[in-house]
Design a protein. Structure first.
Length: 393
């Protein structure tokens, strides 16, 4: 059904990297969500009145809030699709994350309201009435929400949409909530145990848990996440495969919304190669990354020594020492300056995030001491660094 709607209303639906196509996906799913949730609100509210169930009535208002959430998602998707302007040169893509965050807070608020009403129902229980037609309507609502959850997740993954994934999680939460309500009604009918209030309480906890999960997912890209390992590996591989590039480090990817990324990386080039030649290689790589990955990449050139046997021998000694101390340790920006019988060695040491300030200071002292044991003339100047990618790449 949803694939039919996608083909009918989303032009060039297969081009999911296109901003206009992503926006069309978001508008379609939000519109379908609004219609379905308004329908479910009317259905469940009527059933709740007929059965006298606070859990069903509360679940109905949960669907009404979902309709409001869909409207917010629609607004967020439309805003995120706006092109860059003078005030926002990187576009408006993060509006999608903000919309997902608002949806999450609405979900949590609905859960809190349901929690309070359920406590009241536990204290003052009311007898439930049963009728087959309203009960069938509840089962139908579960199927509708299950369908909504599946299609939102599927399309959300297809276009990498935080809002749609949040909506999917909310829909699956509703499936669990309504299923708990159905179970409470069946138990009341067949066993004469009125657990409507308890079921409502469990539903409220499920709703709030779903909302908190959405908040965590929405707030992470706003705070600034580490590099996506797959994207980082792709960028590094693309840069390093070019002749004239010795190695890379310090890759940072800034996310300005799905499909809107800017990155910077340090590329090591031979120090004895003409700077114009190296610049031409760098310029070509930046254009290729933009064309192939749609990532605006800025490359900083680091000249490194690749021929001097004395420098390479010192680097090899440092590598062996670091491997003994911790296999996760790496270094870059290595330079060696020879002054008479002494060698001034400069490098950045990349340490894991598990190292606290005390550990880092101890590590620095260890490396300096061990290098001096190798040669008393080695004077190490060490800058401690972190990796922005997962692991110390």
């Amino acid at each position: 059904m949803m694939e039919f709607l996608v083909r009918k209303f989303v032009k060039n639906y297969q081009d999911t990297e296109n901003l206009q196509v992503r926006t069309a996906y978001g508008v379609l799913t939000s519109t379908v969500g609004i219609c379905c949730n308004v329908f479910l609100f009317i259905l469940k509210f009527t059933v709740g009145l007929l059965l006298g169930s606070v859990a069903v009535t509360a679940d109905a208002f949960n669907n009404l809030s979902d309709a409001a959430s869909a409207i917010i998602a629609l607004f967020g998707v439309k805003m995120a699709g706006k092109p860059a302007d003078k005030e926002h040169p990187f576009g408006h893509g993060r509006m999608e994350y903000i919309a997902a965050l608002i949806v999450a807070f609405i979900v949590v608020e609905v859960g809190l309201t349901l929690f309070r009403s359920s406590i009241g129902k536990i204290r003052n229980p009311e007898e439930l009435t049963f009728a087959w037609l309203p009960f069938v309507f509840l089962v139908l609502s579960v199927l509708v929400k299950l369908w909504m959850g599946i299609y939102n997740r599927r399309l959300g993954k297809r276009i990498d949409s935080q809002v749609m994934m949040a909506t999917s999680a909310d829909s699956f939460g509703d499936v669990a909530a309504t299923s708990a309500t159905i179970a409470a009604i069946l138990i009341s009918v067949f066993f004469k145990w009125n657990i409507d209030g308890i079921a409502g309480l469990l539903v409220s906890l499920l709703v709030m848990w779903s909302g908190i999960g959405i908040i965590k997912e929405a707030i992470a890209p706003l705070l600034g996440e580490g590099n996506d390992p797959e994207l980082a590996a792709t960028i590094k591989e693309l840069v390093e495969r070019h002749p004239g590039i010795v190695g890379t480090h310090d890759l940072i990817v800034h996310n300005y919304g799905p499909g809107r990324s800017m990155a910077s990386i340090h590329a090591e080039v031979p120090r004895d190669v003409d700077i114009e030649e190296s610049h031409a290689v760098i310029d070509h790589i930046e254009k290729q990354v933009k064309r192939d990955l749609d990532v605006f990449l800025v490359i900083h050139m680091d000249p490194v020594e690749i021929h001097d046997a004395r420098v390479l021998a010192i680097k090899e000694k440092l590598e062996r020492i670091l491997a003994v101390l911790d296999e996760q340790l790496t270094f870059h920006d290595f330079r060696a300056v020879f002054v008479d019988s002494e060698v001034n060695i400069f490098f950045d040491l990349v340490v894991p995030y598990s190292y606290n300030d005390k550990d880092q200071q101890h590590l620095r002292e260890q490396v300096i001491r061990l290098m001096r044991e190798v040669n008393e003339g080695y004077n190490c100047s060490i800058e401690l660094d972190r990796s922005f990618s997962e692991g110390n790449q």
